[in-house]
Design a protein around this ligand. Structure first.
Ligand code: 0O2
Length: 207
């Protein structure tokens, strides 16, 4: 695909991403009452670059064309939401699902069922309505919800292992990273004891 085709093609995906970001910012301020604190630590977003879009299509044995990108890729627009606690993730997902004009295209809960390598995250692909002169069309945006510790591990693993196919000592490194993932689950569960949700549960038990 040419540069021009690429930029024309991704524009509505970029618009969909901006709509979603606006909704997430509203939830950041309104999900809980003021005293309970905010659910989101930070939000990152990106558009898939032309080369990485073409590489992903080739990996799926598809010609790197705009039509194939539309048909086979759902992570052209991506948003990563970094939360404090696991409860915040599930509460945000529920709140988004209550927005009647969004459609959930696919969900993967790698928190309840982590990948064998230790990767944890909650992935949802949502269809966002984008209105233009000809009418409305849904465009997919991939959201990855993570806590800070999930994001720390995934970012490090992405940097040193995920995209590299051949590497000496890969198995040993993968085993080491899995150990770190387990340690982070343990640390995170200790922090969870201090979440407002858990403290409320404890108070109710004490009554
Ligand atoms: P990048 O460079 O981050 O964009 P699909 O997107 O449907 O082809 P899949 O595997 O069915 O791929 O989807 P899945 O499992 O929901 O993973 C999609 C994205 O999650 C990946 O995008 C990564 O960003 C992230 N991810 C999944 N597994 C791992 C993992 O083991 N380690 C790390 N660090 N990230 C992971 P991309 O396009 O592969 O990569």
């Amino acid at each position: 695909m040419t540069e021009e085709e690429y930029y024309t093609f991704i524009q509505p995906y970029e618009d969909a991403k901006e709509v979603l970001l606006a909704r997430l910012h509203v939830l950041k301020h309104n999900l809980y009452e003021d005293l309970a604190g905010r659910p989101i630590h930070n939000i990152q977003s990106r558009m898939k670059k032309k080369k990485s879009l073409e590489d992903k299509l080739r990996k799926k044995d598809k010609e790197p064309t705009v039509m194939n990108a539309k048909d086979y890729l759902q992570d052209i627009a991506g948003v990563r939401v970094i939360c404090y606690f696991v409860d915040d993730i599930y509460n945000l997902v529920d709140a988004l699902k209550r927005q009647a004009d969004l459609i959930v295209v696919r969900e993967r809960d790698y928190i309840r069922e982590p990948k064998p390598n230790g990767y944890r995250s909650y992935h949802v692909i949502v269809g966002i309505p984008v209105y233009c002169l000809d009418g409305m069309e849904y465009f997919p945006v991939e959201i990855q919800f993570r806590t800070m510790s999930m994001d720390f591990w995934a970012s490090m693993e992405h940097r040193i292992l995920y995209k590299k196919s051949a590497r000496i000592g890969r198995d040993r490194l993968a085993a080491e990273l899995k150990q770190y993932a387990d340690m982070l689950v343990e640390i995170e569960s200790r922090f969870e004891l201090h979440s407002e949700g858990k403290q409320r549960q404890e108070q109710q038990k004490a009554i």
